[in-house]
Design a protein around this ligand. Structure first.
Ligand SMILES: [Zn+2]
Length: 419
C-alpha cells in the first residue's frame, strides 16, 4: 500500500473555500428555471476556469449550471470511473449575500461570538462537536449571513484533491469525474444532470457533517396532497347546510398523532408525517404533507394512517368530498448502494488511511445521492466538515477540510489498488 503522508498535501483548501463562499449562490424555489438563480453560474464559471487552469481540458459549465470535468486515468489497470460531487447553491433559509468569513485561529475552546451581531453566538452546549476542534482554525461568518460551507466546503475539497492528483502523477488512479450541481437545496439538484455525458460507474457526494462520517442511507420520501371540497352557502342561511372546507382541513391536522410521528417528536430511524402547507376558503381547502421513513413499509404505514384520519373526519361531513394524492419524491439510497458494498467499504478504508475513526450512518433527509442512486449512479455521502448549516452559526474547520481532501485522494487510490 503506497503511503501518502499528510505532509504531502498542499494545504490550499482553505484559500479555495474562502474564494468560493463570497460568491452568492442562493437558490430560489419559486423560480422555474435551471439553475433557479442565474448567480449560481458565477461560481460555476470560476470553478470551470480553475479546473481548466489545472489542466483538465474538458472542464466546462453547461447551460443548466452544471460543472463537469475529468481527471484522466494515469494507470493501465481497468478501474471503475468514480465521480466526486458537491452542490454549488446555498439554502434559501438564510441569506448568502455579502458573506464575510472570519477565522478563529487555534481555537482554545469556549463559545464563539460572531462580531457583527451580538445575538449570534456559537455555543459549545449547542454545538458539542466544537469540543473536538481545540487547536484547529475555525471558519465562521460575521453573524449576518450563512457561511455556505454547505456545500462549498465539499467543492473546495474536491478542487484541492484534483489539484493534488494532477500534481502527483506517482499517485495512481483511474479516470475521476468531477460534478458540481446547482439547486440541491431546493430538491432539484439532479433534474438536468447528464449521466451519459458524466460517464461514471459510482459516485460520492462530499456533503456530510462530522469528520470521519460516511452515510449510505437516506429517508425514503413521498409528498401527499389532500384536497377537500366543502359545501358553501350564504352564511346567513347556512344552518344545517354549510360544510366548511377550512374547518375540515383543521380537523384533519388536529387529529395527527401528537406524541409520535412528527419531526418534533422523532429521531434516529423514526419517520414522520408532516404538514408543510395549508390553504383554502369555504368551498375548497388543500393540505400539503411530506411523509418520511427509512423503509418503504414505514412510508406506506404512515400514508395509511393519514388516509384513515381523513376518512374518519369526513364521516362528520357527509356532503363534502376529499381526495388524497401521493407522489414519490425519493427513496432510501441504501437499497441501491447495498448491491455494491465495495463503494462504502473503500470509503471507510480511505477515512481510516486519513487517520480518522470511520463512522457509518444515515441521513434524516435526502441528498443528490439518493436520486442519483436510483438514476443508476450509486452515491453515498462523505463528510465535508460542515456544521450548523442553513444558519448564521454555520462553521467549518480548516483541519477537517484538509482531512476530507486526504480522504478523497486515498479513495481514488484505493479504487485503483483493488481493480
Ligand atoms: Zn448540502
Amino acid at each position: 500500500m503506497p503511503v501518502i503522508s499528510a505532509s504531502a498535501f498542499n494545504h490550499t483548501v482553505t484559500e479555495r473555500f474562502l474564494r468560493y463562499v463570497v460568491i452568492d449562490t442562493q437558490s430560489d424555489a419559486s423560480s422555474p428555471t435551471c439553475p433557479s438563480s442565474e448567480k449560481q453560474k458565477d461560481l460555476g464559471r470560476l470553478l470551470a476556469s480553475e479546473l481548466k487552469v489545472m489542466g483538465l481540458a474538458d472542464a466546462h459549465l453547461d447551460e443548466h449550471g452544471y460543472v463537469y470535468a475529468t481527471i484522466p486515468a494515469n494507470t493501465d489497470k481497468k478501474v471503475p470511473v468514480i465521480c466526486f460531487c458537491s452542490h454549488m447553491d446555498t439554502s434559501p433559509d438564510c441569506t448568502g449575500r455579502n458573506v464575510k468569513p472570519q477565522i478563529v485561529k487555534s481555537y482554545r475552546g469556549g463559545d464563539i461570538a460572531l462580531p457583527a451581531d451580538p445575538a449570534q453566538v456559537i455555543r459549545v452546549a449547542e454545538h458539542p462537536e466544537l469540543e473536538n476542534q481545540i487547536g484547529n482554525d475555525i471558519i465562521t461568518t460575521d453573524g449576518t449571513t450563512l457561511l455556505g460551507a454547505d456545500n462549498k466546503a465539499g467543492i473546495a475539497e474536491i478542487m484541492d484533491a484534483a489539484y493534488f492528483l494532477i500534481n502527483n502523477p506517482n499517485v495512481k488512479h483511474g479516470a475521476i469525474k468531477i460534478l458540481f450541481t446547482p439547486d440541491e437545496e431546493i430538491g432539484r439538484g439532479v433534474d438536468k444532470v447528464d449521466l451519459k455525458k458524466l460517464g461514471a460507474d459510482f459516485a460520492y457526494t462530499i456533503d456530510g457533517e462530522t469528520a470521519g462520517h460516511v452515510e449510505d442511507e437516506t429517508f425514503s420520501a413521498d409528498g401527499a396532497t389532500i384536497t377537500i371540497e366543502g359545501v358553501s352557502t350564504h352564511p346567513g342561511f347556512a344552518k344545517g347546510k354549510m360544510e366548511h372546507a377550512i374547518k375540515i382541513a383543521a380537523a384533519i391536522v388536529d387529529r395527527l398523532p401528537k406524541d409520535t410521528c412528527s419531526p418534533e417528536t422523532t429521531e434516529d430511524k423514526e419517520g414522520f408525517l408532516h404538514p408543510i402547507g395549508i390553504s383554502g376558503a369555504l368551498e375548497q381547502a388543500t393540505i400539503g404533507f411530506i411523509v418520511r421513513d427509512f423503509t418503504d413499509h414505514g412510508l406506506k404505514q404512515k400514508e395509511r394512517l393519514l388516509e384513515s384520519i381523513v376518512k374518519d373526519v369526513m364521516k362528520d361531513y357527509p356532503r363534502s368530498t376529499c381526495r388524497m394524492e401521493v407522489r414519490e419524491q425519493y427513496r432510501n439510497m441504501k437499497q441501491v448502494i447495498d448491491l455494491h458494498p465495495e463503494i462504502v467499504d473503500y470509503a471507510i478504508e480511505a477515512i481510516r488511511r486519513t487517520g480518522l475513526e470511520p463512522h457509518r450512518g444515515s441521513i434524516r433527509g435526502g441528498t443528490d445521492g439518493s436520486r442519483l442512486s436510483f438514476m443508476g449512479l450509486p452515491c453515498p455521502n462523505i463528510f465535508a466538515g460542515e456544521h450548523a448549516f442553513h444558519s448564521r452559526l454555520e462553521w467549518v474547520s480548516r483541519q477537517d477540510m484538509e482531512k476530507a481532501v486526504q480522504t478523497i485522494v486515498h479513495l481514488a487510490t484505493i479504487w485503483e489498488e483493488r481493480a
